[in-house]
Design a protein around this ligand. Sequence first.
Ligand code: SAM
Length: 263
Amino acid sequence: MKYTVLSLFPEITDAFFAHSIIAKAISRGIVTYRSVNIRDFAVDKHRTCDDAPYGGGPGMLMIPEPLGKALESVGARNRLDPEDGGWTGIAPRVIYLSPSGRPFTQNLAKELAGEAELILLCGRYEGIDQRIIDAFVDDEISIGDYVLSSGEAAALVLIDATYRLVDTVITSASLEEESFAGGLLEYPQYTRPEMYGILKVPEILLSGHHENIRRWRLYKRVEKTLALRPDLIRWGEETGLFDEETRHIIEVLRGTGGSEGET
Ligand code: SAM
């Protein structure tokens, strides 16, 4: 996976790639990263990248020329270019991080992790000129229903959630039971010591009985998801995501089925 980040402050995202698992993925050649400073493509001597919006209103907007040139420099396709008519190549997917975008979810992260390259465009001020979206952007993506002051933090959220899903970056076993896998949140986890104050690790986890532990964990996943994210349970039911064992636990916990003892 190749990440290309376009920003007025690339040093913000550069720092992320120097540490931990992503730095390892880069040294193994599984992930590559480049950042581009949009200001390097400014067309006047003051290196201007923003201007007041037509029609009035508060704040400034990122102007189109530096953005367009920066995008073209990294291989983004300009759909409105009159010379683009016979274009048949594969262009990298261009994403503009925006509060108006479609919501970023684990499923979308999985989809994006399958791309060979993502170009991530970070906005500032009141955002970017609409013509850049019309000409270059394939997806507008929002990381949540709130407004950040800039797109870099949103780009990092998207990068962090996707690179770890790229094949071999982390072991697939680690991904199988974590939150959102199979439509459920993760089970509660414990490590040493066995006693923390008056709180003891649940007995079943010390039993060494793998099947009982598996069942307990599934029960806890369903219980936690029903309590904290009933919308995920409803979605899993509607889409037929759950197996019989999971459906049975849901029924038990809703009090509509048989009884299942929690260990
Ligand atoms: N005027 C814009 C609006 O009301 O939708 C908000 C612009 S915001 C202050 C500046 C930049 O932050 C945006 O261009 C975008 O890149 C980024 N941003 C803000 N909130 C975001 C969110 N929830 N998800 C993704 N990017 C966001």
